[in-house]
Ligand binder design. Structure first.
Ligand code: RUQ
Ligand code: CUA
Length: 623
């Protein structure tokens, strides 16, 4: 090679290299622009201008905070924390008489799965039900005022994790237990697990007029762990399906011992048949609760083998199938109700376990969906175009696939380790396929650090197109196990409590405010209004109350400001007491004035320019 050739070659190479660098540089610049423009379009999708409102309410469980978190979707702005199983000092929930009684002395709960009341398989937006895995309770939140309206304790349960799910017309709110225990609070050693310990499903009903629960009956089952459940829809509306694990009856080291079998079961239970049997007098009385053994009712219970240790089970919107998510088996199994009904009809049973007929896996299974590399499916949600969405806890992603064909359509990362996901109107017979929120267990470095423990996170994903689009991640307090997203048109909260002169303990006219003494009980029928308290209209100082040390004091307070959002608080200095009265509401605070002295009372909720002046005195004369 002569010099000239060498120069030419090096020159050409130089130009090529220069072009390459320029190309890479501009390509990068382009990508930057592309990112900026896609970020802009993402931001536009979730920006709700001042004066406008979000399209959806997201009702997210607050897990072991015992609360309900209300978010707006798509902005993902948190709107409200509603205390359910846990006292809330800010609103005085658990301090006033009614809520204190409802909480029954408990100071925490573990709320996993919210379920909005349904009519014909559609969210009707009237009530929201919640389970307490920590202390075996079920609660109802009245969505006309976002207040918890009733809490009922459930006997014979060991953490109703697999609830709450409502049947198509909220006939029942079902809560299957996670841990087996001996019935009737009896004692039995763990060696007697298989004989003495029982799995139980609580079938509760809710009276919408009285806003009260009733425990209709309980179903006794083998001592398996019931993990998740769902109610059937349409053709399957008489049925409840439940996943189980620990069919091994492990009583120690469950991590290993409860994962031995290749298959666990999905239990299919016909609640209509059980209801009929209970009405006809079937069942035993266990300390006042009707306990029915479904094995005594023909056609009421069956087991379907499923890949080991399943987690979620979800019924498709059309009610034809139920889909189990694998947890330990990396796949979704689609089962057909029609096939199950056929096998039941023909009494095509493979065996019996614990006296329960077992259907053949192949006879009920329709397809297995196993996206390569997707690990740890936990829960399934749906859109309006025949697609399912699965959260993958281990591979941190959401997988979209077609229910009819089993074909995987798209996968998008979720940051990180999603548990449940919630689609708009996702549990109804008609999901609307607009948004999906993945509820992640781990946030890692997604947000500014607040120390070794981080918040949980939620990914907002646009599912309206063929491909999913990850829009953003937002932090959320621990721990949204599950959420339901309902269109705002279905929620109609009241503006104020209606004035009701017949309401117990209420006072509406300033001159009627009074103090009545009965022995050592002092009843104050008082008024809260902008910007004063009136306890005794006839007294020289209308906003002072004198009692004797040891007296039982009842502040019955009515907020007569019938204006939206004018809530008055009521804190008693140094008495560790606070509660609130919302516009038009009457509330009672009861306590024993055991400390003598002078205690200022003040409004704790900023209500007017003279809020600071809204105060009074509690004078406790020493004995
Ligand atoms: S569970 S992360 Cu408590 Cu609902 Cu599946
Ligand atoms: Cu009333 Cu502040």
């Amino acid at each position: 090679m002569n010099r000239t050739t060498a120069r030419i070659i090096s020159g050409v190479l130089g130009i090529a290299l220069g072009l390459l660098i320029a190309f890479v540089f501009f390509a990068d610049l382009n990508k930057g622009e592309e990112n900026a423009s896609s970020n802009k379009s993402k931001a536009e999708k979730v920006f709700v201008p001042y004066g406008e409102l979000d399209e959806y309410y997201m009702m997210a469980s607050g897990g072991h905070s015992g609360q309900l978190f209300v978010y707006g979707v798509p902005s993902m702005r948190k709107i409200r924390t509603v205390p359910v199983f846990t006292p809330d000092p800010a609103t005085g929930y658990g301090y006033d008489d009614k809520t204190k009684e409802m909480l029954g002395g408990y100071t925490w709960g573990d709320f996993h799965h919210p379920a909005i009341s349904e009519t014909a398989g559609d969210y009707d937006g009237e009530f929201l039900f919640a389970n307490d895995v920590g202390n075996n309770r079920v609660a109802a939140v009245d969505l006309s005022n976002f207040h918890t309206t009733d809490i009922m304790s459930l006997p014979n349960m060991g953490g109703p994790h697999a609830g709450v799910f409502v049947t198509e017309n909220t006939e029942y709110i079902a809560l299957p237990t996670r841990f087996a225990r001996p019935l009737g609070d009896e004692y039995a050693p763990l060696d007697k697990y298989e004989e003495e310990y029982k799995g139980v499903v609580s079938m509760t009903t809710f009276d919408r007029e009285k806003k009260k629960f009733d425990l209709a009956y309980q179903v006794v089952l083998p001592p398996w762990s019931y993990d998740l459940s769902d109610a059937g829809k349409k053709m399957s509306s008489d049925w409840i399906v439940m996943t189980t694990y620990n069919t091994e009856f492990a009583t120690t080291n469950q991590e290993i011992n409860a994962s031995q079998h290749d298959r666990d079961y999905i239990v299919m239970m016909n609640w209509k048949k059980l209801e009929e049997a209970v009405k006809a007098g079937a069942g035993n009385d266990i300390k006042g609760t009707t306990m029915i053994d479904p094995r005594d009712v023909k056609g009421a219970i069956f087991a379907v083998p499923v890949a080991k240790s399943p987690h979620g089970v979800d019924v498709t919107p059309d009610g034809t199938r139920f889909i189990a998510a694998g947890k330990l088996a990396p796949m979704m199994t689609v089962f057909s109700f029609e096939k199950a009904f056929e096998a039941i009809e023909k009494e095509n049973f493979k065996e019996e376990t614990f006296g329960i007929p077992v259907l053949g896996y192949e006879d009920v299974m329709e397809k297995e969906v196993d996206p390569p590399g997707a690990l740890g499916p936990l829960h399934t949600q749906f859109d309006d175009r025949g697609n399912a969405f699965n959260t993958m806890f281990i591979s941190s992603e959401v997988v979209k696939w077609n229910i009819e064909s089993g074909e995987v359509i798209d996968r998008t990362p979720s940051y990180f380790s999603p548990g449940h996901a919630s689609a708009t109107e996702g549990d109804t017979v008609s999901p609307d396929g607009k948004w999906l929120v993945a509820l992640n267990k781990i946030a890692k470095d997604n947000f500014l650090s607040v120390g070794p423990s981080h918040p949980e996170s939620m990914d907002l994903i646009d599912i309206s197109g063929e491909k999913m689009e990850h829009i953003m991640a937002v932090p959320v307090d621990p721990e949204p196990h599950y959420a339901q997203i309902i269109h705002r048109d279905k929620i109609n909260p009241i503006k104020v409590y209606e004035k009701d002169e017949d309401r117990e303990n209420s006072v509406w006219k300033q001159e009627d405010a009074r103090i009545e003494r009965k022995g050592n009980e002092v009843h104050i029928y008082g008024i809260a209004m902008r910007s004063k308290f009136i306890f005794d209209a006839s007294a020289e100082r209308q906003d002072a109350v004198s009692v004797k040390q040891g007296d039982k004091v009842f502040f019955h307070m009515t907020n007569i400001d019938l204006d939206q959002d004018i809530t008055h608080g009521f804190g008693i200095n140094d008495y560790n007491l606070n509660f609130e009265v919302q516009p038009g509401q009457t509330n009672t605070l009861e306590f024993t004035a055991d400390k003598a002295g002078v205690y200022p009372i003040y409004c704790t909720n900023f209500c007017s320019a003279l809020h600071q002046e809204m105060s009074g005195y509690l004078l406790v004369e020493p004995k």
